[in-house]
Design a protein around this ligand. Structure first.
Ligand SMILES: NC(=O)c1ccc[n+]([C@@H]2O[C@H](COP(=O)([O-])OP(=O)(O)OC[C@H]3O[C@@H](n4cnc5c(N)ncnc54)[C@H](O)[C@@H]3O)[C@@H](O)[C@H]2O)c1
Length: 410
């Protein structure tokens, strides 16, 4: 699909070198938007710190952008800026480029990484809160009417409800005043963060409420589920455009980690009993949802628009069984490094994206097979010693390393 010229916008993608940001940048450029990536490449530096890289061979930014232009004739701009630190430089680029929309992916996004040590906790808080606040402050400072689309997470809600479906951002409540009157109100659905990372995402919400109320900044906050898959239509065009694939104990997310483990002959490691239920979305739908969010910007006086960006929920153990059936991989149950309930249910509303035209890509064997094939193709690049989760939520917890085969397999 190509946009009409009048619908084409200048869009900044903050964090456009990352797992979600790179395919989103390509997609927005492909449909006709003028895309500029801003990224400080901190995720690549974290790869160096952890000595664990992407399973897929991601290219330097210069090569990625050249390959994109060669394949499509379209240019994507790039600035290496730390938006949490370099406020003046960031503001200057906003003033000179005058974007219509900013998509904000630029945060430290791993819960286990945020729990590794006091240094990692402090880095995650400083980076994420300053990044988000700087973006809001710079939008107001620039005097431009820029629509901000932010990537939040379903995880802020703590994976449990009182049996109700998690609404899209707001909860209707009735309170009793001192004079006995009952007053109806809408409040932000309460968060219940389960890691320092999730805590920063909960706090982002308050920054959005404030800047929306005080400065009428137009904001869409996308509460995203766990992203799975690796390729999108655009990243498949050329091997140099390949997306990153995290498989290590800190950054590897649950379904991709299982598929990779099966592909390289490592046990499919389930944390705890696998009774946790999580929300999921395929990477192809991530890029489509961001496109829809940009096309449906709220009006200037409207409140922060909050979408649940997920398409389905699954119990972790069911996913492990599914991957095991598909690949013949064996399952190993290891101690859960997180401090959380052994089992939870999760019910989530996602009517808003469906009403805007999202046609969900749900879990299907073909797509699971595709991820397994990508993982198999690059299996020689995997460092098996980086697969176990080593960050724990409390000092008493043990890391999730599979034990001897006979004892751990079921
Ligand atoms: N991957 C998922 O499953 C998932 C699920 C829910 C929500 N999200 C959210 O989506 C966003 C992107 O996630 P991802 O998986 O692409 O993460 P990622 O780590 O792959 O990408 C984040 C990018 O932001 C950049 N960045 C970080 N701090 C920066 C700063 N201060 N200045 C400039 N650039 C900076 C990094 O270098 C990286 O390229 C995150 O905010 C995350 O919370 C991701």
């Amino acid at each position: 699909m190509n946009l009409e010229k009048s619908q084409s916008k200048k869009i900044f993608v903050l964090g456009g070198d990352g797992f979600c940001g790179w395919p989103t940048s390509l997609h927005l450029s492909n449909i006709g938007h003028d895309v500029v990536i801003i990224d400080n490449l901190s995720r690549r530096n974290i790869d160096n710190e952890l000595e664990a890289g992407s399973l897929t061979p991601i290219q330097p930014m210069g090569t990625r952008l050249e390959a994109w232009e060669e394949n499509t004739g379209k240019k994507i701009g790039f600035y290496n800026i730390d938006i949490a630190e370099d406020y003046d430089q960031f503001l200057q680029v906003i003033q000179s480029e005058q974007p219509d929309a900013i998509v904000h992916f630029a945060e430290q996004r791993s819960a286990p990484y945020s729990m590794k040590s006091p240094k990692h906790k402090r880095y995650t808080v400083n980076n994420n809160l300053n990044a988000t606040h700087n973006v809001l402050c710079a939008i107001v400072d620039s005097g431009l009417d820029i629509h901000l689309v932010h990537l939040g997470t379903m995880g802020v809600y703590g994976y449990g409800t009182a049996g109700m479906k998690i609404p899209e951002g707001y909860l209707d409540v009735e309170v009793q005043t001192e004079s006995g009157d009952r007053v109806e109100q809408q409040i932000l659905y309460p968060t219940n963060p389960g890691s320092v990372y999730h805590m920063t995402k909960s706090q982002d919400q308050l920054l959005f409420q404030y800047y929306n109320k005080n400065d009428s900044v137009r904001i869409t906050d996308l509460h995203q589920g766990i992203v799975w898959g690796t390729n999108t239509e655009e990243t498949k065009m050329d091997e140099r455009l390949i997306n990153r694939f995290d498989y290590d104990g800190d950054y590897g997310t649950v379904l991709n980690r299982f598929l990779m483990q099966a592909a390289v002959g490592y046990p499919i490691t389930v944390h705890g009993t696998g009774g946790q239920t999580r929300a999921f979305i395929h990477i192809q739908d991530t890029v489509r949802c961001v496109e829809l969010a940009i096309a449906n910007a709220p009006a200037r006086e409207e409140r922060v628009m909050i979408f649940n960006q997920m398409t389905e929920t699954h119990r972790v153990n069911d996913l492990a069984q599914l991957v095991s059936k598909l690949t013949g991989g064996e399952i190993a149950y290891v101690s859960n490094p997180r401090k959380e309930a052994a089992k939870n249910d999760l019910h989530v509303k996602n009517d808003l994206f469906l009403s805007k035209g999202l046609n969900p890509t749900t879990l299907d064997n073909g797509l699971l097979q595709e991820v397994t094939e990508v993982a198999g193709k690059y299996a020689h690049r995997a460092d098996h010693s980086k697969i176990p989760a080593t960050s724990t939520w409390t000092k008493e917890q043990k890391p999730g390393v599979p034990e001897a085969k006979e004892e751990s397999s079921v």
